[in-house]
Design a binder for this molecule. Structure first.
Ligand code: TXA
Ligand code: MG
Length: 326
């Protein structure tokens, strides 16, 4: 099987309805979609990604009004977040309805739900007529895809179709929040919606930082794995370019312009304008280009620790995790 690349939303919806796998653009990253209510279809997602089944999937809806089909007991802060930020890069973990298969939720009593903002994604879900389970459309643990070609590069033989919706405008995955019955809200994964925006809406979060756990700790949310989003090339986070390795075997992932770019084998400047939005939109594609460049080491600096910078630092630390654990 080789995935077909298309912009035909109706055809893609028909494949989803019949239990097939369709990768599709969202505003965050490309998702690998399957009918969330059919266990066999969901099983194909885990197989295609080689994703361990302890790692639950996000269920995507076309409209917030469909929430009751998959989740129940929506606490007040969650309601306010939905009104403020859906459709958009926000995933809420809520008590699940029995109709959602255990495979989707890894046996948890909760389900992660979001309404994506990309018009093509919403049209796809609406036409398919069912909730769509979709993790990011990359092999497990690898760099997330932000273009249709990124999906084809690694999953073309495993899936039926890629719905080309252009390059993702946000560029990192959704922010995941756990909403408890007592009204407390906890951050499980920083992402495309910033903590500042969330706290301006519902007040201070009960917990603000995902803890980076090692592979053997009990999983609160398996997205907390210390190694994730990883290139094959060694990645090192450095404090100071001047004291860091250089040379033609070294690639640089930089937020803004650097001194002496000629000292390196490859340089990716994410945001010459210093905008975190621009850097986020370009982050995963730049990491892929460096991974494909003829370098043996990629060096990167931390981003400013506010706004989207938090999500970028989280991805950077996990991408480097494979090498920093020793
Ligand atoms: O932006 C996104 O969220 C993208 C696009 C395609 O929508 N999707 C995505 O899915 O990033 P994935 O599977 O790569 O990440 C899902 C995250 C994981 O960290 C998973 O552990 C967490 O959500 N998650 C899913 N269900 C959960 C649950 N019931 N409780 C806690 N965490 C959950
Ligand atoms: Mg992912």
């Amino acid at each position: 099987m080789t995935a077909q690349l298309t912009t035909d939303v109706a055809q893609a919806a028909a494949i989803l309805r019949s239990g097939g796998l369709v990768a599709f653009a969202t505003e965050t990253v490309y998702g690998l979609g399957a009918n969330a209510l059919v266990e066999l279809a969901v099983a194909r997602v885990f197989a295609a990604k080689q994703r361990p089944t302890f790692d639950p999937l996000i269920v995507h809806l076309a409209d917030a009004n469909d929430l009751a089909t998959v989740a129940c007991d929506v606490p007040e802060p969650a309601q306010r977040l939905i009104e403020a930020f859906w459709p958009g890069p926000l995933t809420l973990v809520l008590p699940k309805q029995p109709v959602v298969p255990d495979l989707v939720t890894a046996g948890l009593g909760t389900v992660a739900v979001r309404v994506p903002a990309h018009p093509m994604a919403r049209e796809l879900i609406r036409l398919s007529g069912v909730p769509i389970a979709a993790p990011s459309a990359n092999p497990f643990g690898r760099i997330s895809p932000t273009t249709a070609q990124h999906v084809l590069d690694f999953l073309s033989e495993e899936i039926d179709m890629v719905l080309d919706g252009g390059a993702c405008v946000v560029g990192v995955e959704s922010t995941v929040l756990e909403c408890s019955a007592d009204g407390s809200v906890r951050l499980l994964r920083p992402g495309g919606l910033t903590i500042e925006e969330i706290e301006a809406c519902i007040g201070p979060l009960a917990a603000r930082g995902p803890t980076i756990l090692d592979q053997h700790s009990p999983q609160v949310s398996p997205g907390l794995l210390a190694q994730h989003y990883a290139p094959r090339t060694r990645l090192l986070i450095v404090e100071d370019w001047a004291a860091a390795p250089y040379g033609e075997n070294t690639g640089v992932l930089a937020f803004t312009a650097i001194a002496s770019p000629e000292n390196y084998g490859a340089v990716e400047i994410l945001a010459p304008d210093g905008s975190l939005e621009t850097a986020t939109a370009r982050f995963f594609a730049a990491l892929r280009r460096l991974d494909e460049a003829d370098v043996e080491l990629i060096i990167a600096q931390r981003f400013p620790d506010h706004g989207l910078g938090r999500a970028l630092n989280d991805r950077l630390i996990r991408a480097a995790g494979k090498w920093s654990e020793g």
